[in-house]
Design a protein around this ligand. Structure first.
Ligand code: IMP
Length: 428
């Protein structure tokens, strides 16, 4: 029996989709524990590219059960669109997709609140995906949320949506001078999607408990990354859930005593989308090269990602917070053309050195990264699938990262396809 958690170690977009898809081969169940359709997990399967937002990245493996946990916020329309994508591709999922009956749902008024606040100019702009994630989690914490189990009773659902709608409408009109879609349009949209989702609703905590008792392998999949965690990230420039490994316990109902292993996914350089501090961000040609070579454009919104050198302070923080012994290192091939590579080992601010992540954004925004330099290998590593076959200087870079972060790599990715991977060990 084994329960493993995979978490992002930077600001999201580390390549979790590919890694979870690969690790899913040895899992019986892949379970997503937080976030919503703000996530974009890109997977290449049989020569085609798919982008998943809500459905766990194990869905491309026949027979694997995929769970959307209670910690996820679900936009029913987005979920149906994603199901449509799978149907079109001929991937059977109805018999193996389970949705928690305790997850909160996102309705169009959450998206309107999200976008209105972001665009207003009066409030702090976070650079959200505009998918209604924050307002839906806010309702959940304020105990106003609508849960998937509420979809079972049409009358109760009508009342809940009505009450929420009236409140949101008043706020949007008064605060932002905006308008909401008509109630009837929103409710009839929900009616259309409700019947399909009802068939998949499950008490997923009990399901997972039984599966763990039956000694099945469960892979818990996180979305976003450590630095976007609402408690531990660069608050307020974060998402509204716990993307770190602890989120797997609350977001799936799996007790901490049953988690056997935690791993993470980290890119060989750093990116982030949206606003917020990013100490190793590059504004020069090197940043452009990373963006171009790494195709660093958001899988959900298409926004160009901000790019920078590998940040060892972020990586060490992620190792400690998540409890990671070994991680998957992705996109090493993107660095193939660099003569020199820099890795940040500490931050300097007003003459003081910071080796641990400071909470204060003032420090993060104005610090100077302290860099160690590595020689670039200046040759292609694309598709290399054996560690010995890597150029010596690439090995030195990877060994250097291991020392700086204090963790090993179980997998090194040299391209987007499944076979473009150096696999050193499995998770289960
Ligand atoms: P929200 O999650 O849409 O509220 O956005 C909050 C912040 O998290 C913004 O900076 C987003 O760009 C960022 N974010 C949300 N989801 C992802 C993701 O999957 N990858 C990278 N950044 C994300």
């Amino acid at each position: 029996m084994s329960v493993a958690v995979i978490a992002g170690m930077q600001w999201g977009d580390e390549g979790k989709g590919k890694v979870v898809d690969l690790l899913a081969e040895d899992a019986d169940i892949v379970a997503r524990y937080q976030g919503g359709h703000n996530a974009g997990h890109t997977i290449y399967c049989d020569g085609k590219q798919y982008v998943l937002h809500l459905i766990p990245s194990g869905i491309f493996h026949e027979g694997k059960i995929c769970v959307i946990g209670n910690g996820v916020v679900i936009d029913p329309k987005a979920l149906l669109e994603e199901m449509g994508q799978l149907e079109k591709a001929g991937i059977e999922f109805q018999s193996r997709l389970l949705i928690s009956d305790r997850a909160n749902i996102i309705l169009p008024y959450h998206c309107s609140s999200d976008v209105s606040r972001e665009c207003d100019g009066k409030y702090q702009k976070i650079g959200t995906t505009g998918r209604g994630i924050g307002p839906s989690y806010a309702d959940k914490i304020a105990r106003l949320g609508i849960r998937t189990c509420d979809l079972r009773d049409e009358n109760r659902l009508l009342k809940l949506v009505r009450d929420n709608y009236d409140e949101k409408k008043a706020i949007i009109q008064k605060l932002f001078g905006g308008e909401l879609q008509d109630f009837d349009v929103i409710f009839s949209g929900l009616q259309d999607t409700r019947k399909i989702i009802l068939g998949l609703l499950t008490d997923t905590h009990t399901f997972l408990r039984q599966q763990i008792a039956d000694k099945k392998n469960v892979l818990c999949e996180g979305a976003q990354g450590t630095m976007l965690d609402v408690d531990h990230g660069t608050y307020p420039f974060v998402t509204s859930s716990n993307s770190t490994s602890g989120g797997a316990c609350t977001g799936l109902g799996i007790p901490p005593t049953q988690i056997d292993r935690v791993s993470g996914v980290i890119k060989a350089y750093t990116t982030r989308v949206g606003e917020g501090p990013f100490p190793t961000e590059l504004f020069d040609e090197s940043g452009e090269t990373l963006r171009k070579e790494g195709h660093e454009f958001g899988a959900t919104t298409g926004r160009p990602r901000r790019c920078g050198w590998f940040d060892g302070v972020v990586a060490r923080y992620a190792v400690h917070l998540n409890g990671i012994e070994s991680a998957a290192l992705t996109k090493v091939d993107v660095l193939d053309t660099f003569k020199v590579l820099k890795v940040c080992t500490a931050y300097e601010y007003k003459g003081k050195m910071y080796e641990e992540m400071p909470a204060d954004l003032e420090i993060l925004e104005n610090c100077k990264p302290v860099y160690t330099e590595f020689e670039g290998w200046m040759e292609s590593t694309v598709g290399i699938n054996k560690f010995e076959a890597l150029p010596e200087k690439a090995k030195l870079y990877i060994e250097g990262l291991k020392k700086i972060i204090g963790a090993d790599f179980l997998m090194i990715s040299t391209g987007p396809k499944r076979e473009q991977t150096i696999c050193k060990e499995g998770l289960f």
